[in-house]
Design a protein around this ligand. Structure first.
Ligand code: SF4
Ligand code: SF4
Length: 134
């Protein structure tokens, strides 16, 4: 799946979408690496959380083809530890939503057909339900 992204000056479309869905302002990240250091699944990721944020900010290509946000279990360790108060788990969730909804609106799982629910990766369901239930 590809997303049109402007590279260069100013904000890019994917960054804007992620910030709108997650409610996080990625410019607040100062790249300390605390999120990556504490992530229990970092060894399985093809782009560490801090690098993912940097790629998003720079508008680098191929972000939606990465596996990192599918590996993310939404455990909130990174979000709890971020010294800048960023909820990285929400950023991961936003990327999953963008992939699953092909850039559409915030998903409402209760409005999905049963067949569509069954086709979703389990982490997409679990993380989204956690986000919307508390
Ligand atoms: S812990 Fe927060 S400030 Fe540090 S790299 Fe991760 S997102 Fe950025
Ligand atoms: S929420 Fe995701 S990225 Fe953050 S520590 Fe947990 S598994 Fe890692």
């Amino acid at each position: 799946m590809t997303t049109s992204i402007r590279i260069g000056s100013g904000r890019n479309e994917l960054l804007q979408k992620v910030e709108a869905l997650s409610g996080q302002h990625l410019a607040n990240c100062y790249q300390c690496g605390t999120c990556a250091a504490g992530c229990p699944f970092h060894q399985a990721m093809d782009l560490l959380p801090d690098a993912l944020i940097q790629h998003l900010r720079l508008g680098l290509p191929g972000i939606l083809e990465r596996q990192t946000f599918w590996i993310c279990a939404g455990c909130d360790t990174c979000s709890d530890r971020c010294p800048r108060g960023l909820d990285i788990a929400r950023i991961m969730e936003a990327l999953r939503q963008i992939c699953l909804r092909e850039g559409g609106d915030h998903p409402a799982l209760t409005q999905l057909e049963r067949a569509d629910l069954g086709a979703l990766p389990p982490i997409a369901l679990v993380a989204s339900m956690r986000r919307n239930s508390g």
